[in-house]
Design a protein around this ligand. Structure first.
Ligand code: ADE
Length: 423
């Protein structure tokens, strides 16, 4: 059934039926969100609440939006990255579900921000962000909308870092729940999701064989761990670079070679950045890389590889295949940048698999409900996902996977709550 006259800006409304089938396919793997959606349909905890989400427009995000809608919310969406939109999903959201969606894969910067403003025209009471561009736009350019906002959520590490910086300057105007900080989010989405989808994106873009390849992973946070683990699983020789001594030590003891990027740059064949920071692969590194090195980013923003330096160094460049740009340098070397240095898992593949997004988006849905219930009482700070929500999402995921676990006996419980018994 088509919904007429829903506003939106999508590539091609004719893609809606295809998008709808893929949204349904993803739903099969999102059993925790399904349970929440069923409860939301009965209880309508978000009745009349206007929600604007700046998220990657994928089949999984569509399922989140549908859960929120069934909870009674009116939802508007825009892309959180110019290259991550699945155009068929955006079409289905508008044409079939009547959810205003402003997102086109490959949109330029101007369109990207126009879309954010269009999602803000919805006058959100709750904001959902992945990277904090929506919150930042609200705080810098749309002050008139601020009084109506109850609270917001943030999906990703980079966004949480930005929001902490905003809060530290005393400028954050409403409470934000940092979904990324939930165990059921970062331990699974960042690690297993990024691990699998990053290799998927690089494989789809290049069709390289991983076995025997020297792979340099910049950053050993949860995303870097996932990428390193999966690359090793495919038979790659993995080198890790880090700036944090504890994380570097963990990488060493997890069995990886650890060295500075200046050294790794001379030996690596594939480079994957997952630092969340600036210039992990910088001009000096590009200068010493081997001919044929492949450069991919899996961090939120396209600043981890110094692309302006790469462009300035190149005498020419050409597109070898979709998402693979060859840069020919003066000295004859060729370097290959994937997906314009944007999140390779979403640019060249489909992002994290639905089963892992199930937990992240269950956290999102329950955090939105929490904000609607509690938001007016909360100060404008960055909050963790309440522990009971986090544990419940984990519990439901286990049940959905058919896994049972033990519980403490009363005697074991007593033992753990006393101090008397020792050696
Ligand atoms: N972030 C990473 N993978 C994603 C996906 N499949 N959907 C939405 N956001 C994501």
């Amino acid at each position: 059934m088509k919904v007429k006259n829903t506003p939106g800006d999508v590539k091609d409304p004719a893609l809606a039926e295809q998008g709808e089938r893929r949204i349904e396919w993803a739903a099969r793997e999102m059993n925790v969100l399904k349970l929440i959606r069923e409860r939301f349909s009965r209880e309508r905890p978000l009745k009349g609440v206007r929600i604007s989400g700046c998220l990657h427009i994928t089949t999984e995000t569509a399922n989140l939006a549908l859960a929120l809608k069934d909870g009674g919310a009116t939802v508007a969406l825009c892309a959180s990255n110019p290259l991550s939109t699945q155009d068929d999903v955006a079409a289905a959201l508008v044409a079939i579900h009547g959810i205003p969606t402003y997102a086109i894969k490959g949109e330029d910067n101007e369109t990207y921000y126009r879309h954010i403003h269009q999602a803000l025209e919805h006058r959100p009471q709750v904001t959902l962000d992945d990277g904090a561009d929506l919150v930042t736009t609200l705080h810098t350019q749309r002050h008139e909308l601020m009084d109506g906002v109850i609270g917001g959520t943030e999906e990703t590490t980079t966004g949480v870092i930005r929001l902490h910086a905003l809060a530290k300057e005393g400028k954050l105007r409403y409470p934000i729940v940092a979904v990324n900080e939930a165990d059921t989010k970062h331990l699974f989405d960042n690690r297993y999701g990024t691990g699998q989808s990053t290799l998927d994106g690089i494989t789809r873009a290049t069709n390289i064989l991983w076995a025997g390849r020297k792979v340099v992973v910049a950053g050993y946070g949860w995303c870097g761990r996932g990428v390193a683990m999966r690359a090793r699983g495919m038979g790659s020789h993995v080198i890790v670079t880090e700036i944090d001594p504890i994380r570097a030590l963990e990488a060493v003891m997890d069995g990886y070679e650890v060295m500075p990027m200046a050294q790794a740059a001379t030996v690596g064949q594939v480079f994957v950045t997952t630092t969340g920071g600036l210039g992990a692969v910088d001009e000096a590194h590009l200068n010493v890389m081997k001919d044929g090195a492949i450069l991919a980013n899996s961090g939120h923003f396209n600043v981890e590889i110094n692309i302006p330096a790469l462009e300035a160094m190149a005498v020419s460049h050409r597109t070898m295949r979709e998402f693979v740009e060859e840069y020919a340098l003066k000295d004859g070397r060729r370097l290959y940048l994937l997906g314009e240095g944007r999140l390779i898992n979403l640019a060249a593949a489909e992002g994290h698999p639905s089963s892992v997004m199930d937990m992240s988006f269950a956290d999102q849905a329950l955090s939105a409900e929490y904000l609607v219930k509690q938001g007016k009482k909360l100060k404008p700070e960055v909050y963790p996902v309440p522990r009971d929500i986090d544990r419940e999402v984990g519990r439901l995921k286990l049940i959905s996977m058919g896994v049972q676990i033990d519980t403490l006996t009363p005697e074991q419980q007593r033992y753990l709550s006393t101090w008397e018994s020792g050696t």
